[in-house]
Each structure stands twice: as C-alpha cells, then as structure tokens.
Ligand binder design. Structure first.
Ligand code: OGA
Ligand code: MN
Length: 293
C-alpha cells in the first residue's frame, strides 16, 4: 500500500495518510516518508495516537534523537514536554522558569540552533489541546531563500550567524537563563545558508536564536536578519496548523521555522510531546560555513 500525500500549501507542507504507527510501518513506507520530508519540509500525520515509547521508537527509525535541554522538565530524556502542565497534571507556575521557557516558543525559531549541532527534524504529537488557540505555524526558509533576488543570495554566501538561546529568551525576560544553563549553552556559530544534501535546495538558518552576523556591525546585522525574517514569514511562505488530538507533525529544522501561538495557559491545558532528530554535524567548522548537512 502506498501513502496518500496531499500538499498543504503551494510551496511546502504535506498531509500524509495511509499508514499507522501503532499497527507498524514497514521499511518501504518509512522510505516514502523520508522522501516526502526532504521534499515538503513539514509533514502532517493525522490520526496517529502514540504514547511516548511509541513516538520514540518511530522517531528513532528516522535517525538518532537529541535529548532534552538542561533545566527543562525531564531533562536528558528523549522526549520534550511542551506543556503548561507538569507530569503530575498540576499547572506550571505561569510566572515560573519552566513556563517562561516554554512560552518562548511563540517567537519564530528553529529547534536547537543554539546548540553546536542544530536539530535535523522534530516530531510533535498533540496529546491534549486547548479549547482555543495553541496553533503551531510554520514558515519555509527554503521558499523564502528561493524568492530572494540573486544579488541578495550572493551576499549571503559564507556568512556566519551567532545563535544564542539567551538572545531568544531575553525577548521575554532578561533572567530567562540560569547561570548553570548559561554555562551549559554558550553562543554558537551557524552557517546562515543551508543546502539540502539530497536535493541541493538552499534555505536560511535564522529565527529567534539568531543574535548577530559574525563580523558585522550591529545595525547592519540587525537589518539583514530582520529583512530575512520578513521575507520568510510572508503569508505565502507559511502554514498555520490548528491541532486535533493525535495529530503528529514532523518538520525539517533545516528548511522551516515554527512558532507556537498563544492560548489560555491559566484556565486551559495543552500537552504536546516532541522527539527531536539530531543533526548530522556542526554547520561551521574551523570558522568556515558548511552548508550541506
Ligand atoms: C516545539 C515548539 C510550538 C508549539 O515543540 O519545538 O516550538 O506550538 N512548539 O508547541
Ligand atoms: Mn520549537
């Protein structure tokens, strides 16, 4: 049996049905999913109920996983809880560190770009959704790059961007990072351009963790990063998903940004579980951008 693949927008994203994680997925279907992933960047798998172990097992067939950030709930495990509730069901303190950390997902970002090896892909499953809000929106940095004028594309070649989790967290509060987290997650260098090793298509590695362009003065750096964000988040480069329980979305962190929309964190409950496929290597080696990973 072969999969049904229906595009979500004219430029990226596809809804994939015709398989069941719970009933077992054979190798040929896994290969079709991987092909679709490289092509569409964002894959929606509707109606795929999973528990954490099933999600981990399915994800691990696609590649090795990252473990959860220091300081997060369940740090060091293979699943990240994106939630306003703790594992025991109680509400997170809305002003506490844990809640702030999750709330920073409202800014456009790509997962783990503040780590020396940024994440390849993320799989997010909707376990509990709020009555209103809490959508997740995606933006294609590949479609954005391909829409840029050639002179601008040439100017981006070889640029290195400093990514820093303190930069994105400071958008919410200056004390978002504890001293231990600061030490565990120092700023890193990333290639601004990425090249998909399979199809050669280029994309931009930007988003809320992107603090500045290496070697540029502050204004020029801010202007370029802002310009690239504006192009990337144009409506024609985005897809906004309104969740249904048991949806899973898998996205390519190399080719898309995402952000979580707000919901009533005090009176409602939202629980999403994420597994994260590790990247293949650093995007800068010895000061030289390595785009093709
Ligand atoms: C994530 C993330 C946004 C959301 O899981 O990496 O940014 O809508 N999630 O929960
Ligand atoms: Mn994220």
């Amino acid at each position: 049996m072969s999969l049904q693949i229906e595009p979500l927008t004219p430029v990226f994203g596809a809804r994939i049905s015709g398989f069941s994680i719970r009933e077992g997925v054979d190798e040929s279907v896994m290969a079709e999913i991987e092909q679709a992933f490289e092509k569409y960047s964002v894959l929606l798998f509707p109606d795929q109920p999973v528990d954490d172990d099933e999600q981990i097992a399915f994800s691990e067939r696609l590649g090795p996983l990252e473990s959860t950030l220091p300081g997060a709930v369940g740090a060091g495990s293979k699943v990240a809880r994106i939630a306003n509730i703790m594992p025991d069901g109680t509400l997170k303190d809305p002003n506490g560190h844990q809640a702030l950390f999750t709330r920073a997902n409202i800014f456009w970002h790509t997962d783990s770009s503040f780590k020396p090896v940024p994440a390849k892909a993320s799989l997010l499953s909707a376990r509990r959704i709020p009555k209103a809000g809490g959508d997740t929106e995606f933006a294609s940095t590949r479609a954005a790059y391909e829409s840029l004028p050639l002179e601008l594309r040439a100017k981006l070649q070889g640029l290195i961007v400093i990514h820093d989790i303190a930069h994105s967290r400071a958008m919410l509060t200056p004390e978002a990072l504890s001293p231990a987290q600061r030490e565990a997650m120092p700023p890193v260098e990333q290639s601004l351009l990425r090249v998909n090793p399979i199809n050669g298509r280029k994309s931009l590695l930007i988003g809320s963790h992107a603090a500045r362009i290496k070697g540029w003065d502050e204004t020029a750096s801010e202007d370029l990063l802002a310009e690239l964000m504006t192009v990337t988040t144009k409506p024609e480069h985005t897809y906004r998903h309104h969740w249904t329980v048991d949806d899973i979305i898998m996205w390519d962190n190399r080719a898309a940004l995402h952000r979580g929309h707000e919901y009533d964190e005090i009176n409602d409950r939202r629980l999403m579980i994420r597994t994260t496929l590790a990247g293949l290597g650093p995007t800068v080696v010895d000061g030289v951008a390595q785009a093709a990973l």
